[in-house]
Design a protein around this ligand. Structure first.
Ligand SMILES: [Zn+2]
Length: 272
């Protein structure tokens, strides 16, 4: 699933490509992707311009000039591709701009959505999700992180990092990578973590997410950027998807377990 680095990559590229562009037509090929009747979606969006594209957690918010916003969640396999390359499967929503360019929304496993709501209702919708702080926000300090951890003494650290109401934007890939980087087992309970360990987890999260963003994300499955290109973080992954392979640090074997229902890889020697 696209996580913070992937969704933020898409947001930044969309700003460059479509901000201030006028949408001439929109075609909803798969009505269940949207929250209103396809014809209503098409009629409301056509003729509006893209004012801004925001992100909160893994959600993209396209604000239109007519008082509406489109809330997009890519979930597992969503792709937003501008012109050129084709995505996986068939496009479900096609936005055609007044200058002839196109943005196509693909989602071959169909978990994602595009919801049309009034812009002044976006805040209410986001509040309902109860998202935690954005990890790359410069106002998200170590003290904030420690205060949040103090409220969850019995939680296991890796599933906690993935909990969007704890901190926002981290999923299965980067939670595993942060635990390896911090040399902490993903199964550790928060109350057992030392000050050094919690400090390392905080530093590792910030460092890994920033670098993954710089590399335009990890294409471990169908994720591609707005140009249809893969992200280049995969060669930098230390544990995710490396079950049975050699640890880059100690040459031991990477082990994989199920933790809170999700495959979780770690090095039993490097992580304590
Ligand atoms: Zn190791």
């Amino acid at each position: 699933m696209p996580e913070l680095p992937e969704v933020e990559t898409i947001r930044r590229q969309l700003i460059l490509k479509i901000k201030d562009k006028k949408i001439k037509t929109v075609e909803v090929k798969l009505p269940r992707m949207v929250n209103v009747a396809a014809s209503q979606f098409e009629k409301t969006v056509a003729g509006a311009a893209i004012r801004d594209i925001r992100r909160r957690a893994k959600i993209l918010i396209m604000d239109l000039s007519n008082g509406y916003s489109i809330i997009i969640h890519l979930k597992m396999t969503g792709q937003l591709i501008y012109d050129g390359k084709t995505g996986t499967g068939k496009p479900h929503i096609i936005y055609t701009f007044a200058d002839g360019h196109e943005l196509k929304h693909y989602d071959f496993r169909l978990f994602g959505y595009a919801k049309l709501i009034k812009t002044d209702e976006v805040g209410k919708l986001l509040n309902k999700e109860n998202f935690g702080p954005e990890v790359l926000d410069k106002n998200f300090t170590l003290k904030n992180f420690l205060d949040l951890l103090a409220k969850k003494p019995n939680a296991k650290i890796k599933p906690l990092l993935m909990d969007q109401t704890f901190i926002a934007g981290v999923g299965n890939i980067y939670a595993q990578e942060a635990c390896f980087c911090a040399r902490v087992l993903p199964t550790r309970e928060v109350s057992t973590l030392t000050e050094d360990e919690t400090g390392r987890i905080y530093d590792c999260l910030k460092k890994i997410l920033a670098l993954a963003l710089e590399k335009k994300g990890s294409s471990v499955d169908s994720y591609v950027d707005v140009g249809g290109e893969k992200g280049s973080y995969v060669p930098l992954l230390k544990v995710y998807g490396r079950e049975g392979e050699q640890c880059f640090s100690c040459k031991g074997k990477i082990k994989t377990i199920k933790l809170a229902g999700r495959g979780t890889s770690f090095c039993p020697a490097c992580q304590k």
